[in-house]
Design a protein around this ligand. Sequence first.
Ligand SMILES: CCCCCCCCCCC/C=C/C(=O)SCCNC(=O)CCNC(=O)[C@H](O)C(C)(C)COP(=O)(O)OP(=O)(O)OC[C@H]1O[C@@H](n2cnc3c(N)ncnc32)[C@H](O)[C@@H]1OP(=O)(O)O
Length: 393
Amino acid sequence: MAGLAGRLARRWCSGLLRSPLQVPALGLHMGGPAMRTSQKDFNNAVNQVKLLKEDPGNEVKLKLYALYKQATEGPCNVPKPGVLDFINKTKWDAWNALGSLSKEAARQNYVDLVSRLSASSESPSPEAPAADRKQPESDTLVVTSEDGITTIRLNRPTKKNALTNQMYHDIMAALQAASKDESVITVLTGSGDYYCSGNDLTNFASVPPGGLEEMARRGAVLLRDFVNCFIDFPKPLVAVVNGPAVGISVTVLGLFDVVYATDRATFHTPFSHLGQSPEGCSSYTFPKIMGSSKAAEMLIFGKKLTAQEACAQGLVTEVFPDGTFQKEVWARLKAYSKLPPNTMRISKQIIRNRERETLHTVNAEECRVLRERWQSDECMNAIASFLSRKAKL
Ligand SMILES: CCCCCCCCCCC/C=C/C(=O)SCCNC(=O)CCNC(=O)[C@H](O)C(C)(C)COP(=O)(O)OP(=O)(O)OC[C@H]1O[C@@H](n2cnc3c(N)ncnc32)[C@H](O)[C@@H]1OP(=O)(O)O
């Protein structure tokens, strides 16, 4: 009986992606302050599911089905199918399990799930050895793999490694690939004197046909996907902070496992100066790491921390003299890379997994708020000032 049920369920699920009753995110936002998803975002996600390159599997398809029903019809309101009606009973169970989840939260979860599925279906094949991996299209990101360590290097030193739209996409692809390659540790670092000066403010300079609103919508989707890659990264993730760090390059540090910094590094999140609000899950991770008042001084007032201060507050693991920084850090990482890989992964999982869904919810909420901020006069004026070379941090 179970075998028959399984076969029927598989047959039903194989047709699911072609029907409009599609699936999203593996974790659910339960209707709290999640990012508000428009009907258009939802419709786009429904269409996107049909374009997935890989079959996401029956479990995910069922989730998509249930969320679709909840998003369009609300809580399950049809009679439970009989025990022998395996397929419809499986579908009913999945829908019914969503209880009183609001239509809006279901829409949001659907869109989130589809976005994660789309990102992972675009990643390279799981077993591709790191050495054979195709480099990103541009040279602003350099990915290398040696001694069990995959290194993702921001390589735009003349612009202080400010992150272009292309770089966000390249970093996501590099993280996806590193999560599946043979390396055991992944490192993010920068070329030149800066670690990273945050979002490239010229990302906001070309407004698409849909206007400011469309630009903000696209920015929020990009940011959410980008931060999700850090939340879900399965291997030990280390930041080698080779110089000053600004904005999003600082906020995501709360999602790294270890942060090593040169004593020349500074840590600056000038969101209020830019008419923006915290991202990278920092509204959650920073108060947890350093306490709410220290977090507020950074995230609300934009206080810049020295490396030593950041270390004292728990954001940085250890600070090294600039002269010996590279030598000491890489020697240590090479030694760590000899530790048993599966054990390290499992230890990371047990440390991080409990909070993963919370982090996804925080990320969605931060993106929702930023989407509004990006359309505000305060933000537009700050960016215009920088672009017209009147303002610097
Ligand atoms: C479709 C919509 C897409 C939207 C995409 C959104 C994606 C997610 C967004 C996530 C939200 C992120 C928020 C943040 O990261 S906030 C922080 C933003 N960063 C800044 O405000 C830093 C601005 N830069 C500076 O203040 C100074 O440049 C700095 C203090 C970093 C260094 O000063 P210094 O005097 O040492 O060097 P220069 O200013 O001469 O810099 C050299 C050149 O580099 C250019 N530069 C540096 N940083 C940036 C940057 N962030 N964006 C763009 N350009 C940058 C600088 O202009 C110089 O260029 P030129 O040589 O051509 O003048």
